[in-house]
Ligand binder design. Structure first.
Ligand code: PLP
Length: 247
């Protein structure tokens, strides 16, 4: 009800969103066509942090594969204001004391980065009798400021996580250094190679049920390169919502 006039607003007030989305989607299509390592399916997640709910609703209506937030509270508040069919992803650091509130409300948690968090997700998911899809966050460039496992820690973690029945590990995620896109290409390539290597190792172990398909990588300044290097999900915020002052 709240967005009853959204149809009209989409054509006028939110025309810039339609334009930005069309450009981003064209970029993704081009990168898919040109990148030797590009995935067949690439999901566009609109990162809606700090963006008001009516604008996020317009973006969802215009067509993205998901909406991504990095804070639990902000995600839950906007979720209440948006259509129930909106698909949400948590991409920011998750504290163990917020796990109970967020599981079951998101398609995927992209920011699994400690065993303590994995155990808490398992415990709370078991209590709710649900399975929680997660991505393992990897700090490929070993930046002090970033969360995530070191690449060398990932294989042990994957094997241990495979024994948690209510947590499903679907792939890997990384936040690349803030640098020109071509400079971070090796980071994206390394995440892809790590995923492929984990899958090769896992295949050799008969009772290990692990297939990592997803690669969540690429933001506004580097999503084209990320898609060329095999991203299956890009997380794009300011290129869709920001920088412009049409409102
Ligand atoms: C904010 C954020 C993004 C999107 O950043 P933009 O540069 O605005 O596209 C992507 N991933 C994470 C984890 C973020 O926190």
């Amino acid at each position: 009800m709240m967005f009853a006039f959204l149809g009209v607003r989409l054509l006028t007030e939110f025309a810039y969103l339609a334009e930005n989305l069309a450009e981003v989607k064209a970029d993704i299509a081009k990168a898919k066509a040109e990148g030797t390592h590009a995935a067949a399916n690439v999901k566009l997640l609109a990162v809606s942090k700090t963006v008001p709910a009516d604008v996020v609703a317009a973006c969802w209506r215009l067509g993205v594969d998901g909406l991504a937030e990095n804070r639990v509270q902000e995600l839950l508040m906007k979720q209440e204001e948006l259509p129930a069919d909106a698909k949400w992803h948590l991409i920011g650091h998750l504290q163990t004391n917020k796990v109970r509130q967020i599981i079951g409300r998101v398609q995927m948690i992209h920011s699994l980065e400690s065993w303590r968090l994995a155990e808490e997700i398992e415990k709370r998911a078991a209590a709710q009798n649900i399975i929680v899809p997660c991505l393992l966050e990897v700090n490929v460039a070993a930046e002090d400021s970033k969360f995530g496992l070191a690449p060398a820690e990932v294989w042990d973690f994957v094997q241990a996580a495979a024994r948690l029945p209510h947590l499903r590990l679907d792939g890997l995620m990384t936040v690349a250094p803030n640098a020109p896109a071509e400079e971070v290409r090796p980071v994206f390539a390394e995440l892809r190679e790590l995923r492929d290597e984990i899958n090769r190792q896992a295949e050799k172990i008969a009772d290990l049920q692990v297939v990592l398909q997803e690669l969540s990588m690429g933001m506004s300044n580097d999503y084209k390169v990320a898609v060329e290097e095999g991203a299956t999900m890009v997380r794009v915020g300011s290129r869709i919502f920001g920088g412009r002052v049409y409102r």
